[in-house]
Write a protein that binds this ligand. Structure first.
Ligand SMILES: [Zn+2]
Length: 211
């Protein structure tokens, strides 16, 4: 794994700077894959994209911004000290819910991205051996989010079909899940299809690790 430069961005509203790490190269050695499409790869870390400005609370995506500066490791850093700049932090569940009500979510692709993050953040609880829902409100939020994603995601590619199938399974709509997976013709999905079938047979709705 080869780290890239630290990229410095500025909040489009107030100009407060935020630093995000980058990667020159990595690999998927030792990676774990889950039914909701999440990959945990120690040699291929992912960096935050959606940012909540720590100064003015404005939400923005880094991929829609140009970095204002790049800092390379071991380079003389004369006028900028990284200690003075906020480190980009992935938004938590509450921030993601808040972001959905903000300007940043008005673009469809952004709304999908925030909702996918929200979905996987909830699923992280299962991944960490905790309960998926802490209360009824959580459950309502989770199920609503799954339904919203189903209406937003267009199954243009196989990968999106798998995401939709998983969302149906999370909602307990097992027949709809299996029907979607059945329509995937490429043999590379066979292993995944078998694991989803088994989960549906057992009426399992929570995220699971793919073997
Ligand atoms: Zn700001």
């Amino acid at each position: 794994m080869l780290p890239g430069p630290t990229l410095i961005y500025a909040c489009p509203k107030c100009g407060r700077k935020v630093a995000n790490e980058s990667l020159m190269s990595g690999n998927t050695f030792g990676a774990r894959y889950f039914s909701d499409g999440k990959r945990i790869a120690p040699m291929l870390p992912e960096f935050p994209d959606l940012i909540r400005c720590q100064s003015c609370d404005f939400f923005f995506f880094l991929h829609e911004q140009e970095p204002v500066d790049e800092l390379f490791r071991f380079e003389e850093q004369s006028d900028v000290t990284l200690n003075e700049i906020d480190q980009a932090k992935a938004p938590g569940l509450d921030d993601l819910v808040l972001a959905l009500q903000q300007e940043v979510a008005r673009k469809k692709e952004n709304e999908i991205s925030i909702r996918l993050d929200l979905w996987r953040s909830f699923n992280d609880r299962t991944r960490n051996g905790k309960s998926l829902f802490l209360n009824e409100n959580d459950k309502h939020l989770y199920l609503n989010n799954c339904e919203a994603l189903i209406t937003l995601i267009e199954p243009k590619e196989d990968q999106f079909m798998v995401t939709l199938a998983e969302l149906y399974r999370n909602l307990g709509l097992f027949e709809a899940c299996l029907k979607l997976l059945d329509s995937l013709e490429d043999q590379r999905w066979n292993r995944l299809k078998a694991q989803f079938s088994k989960a549906c047979e057992k009426k399992m709705t929570e995220v699971f690790e793919l073997k």
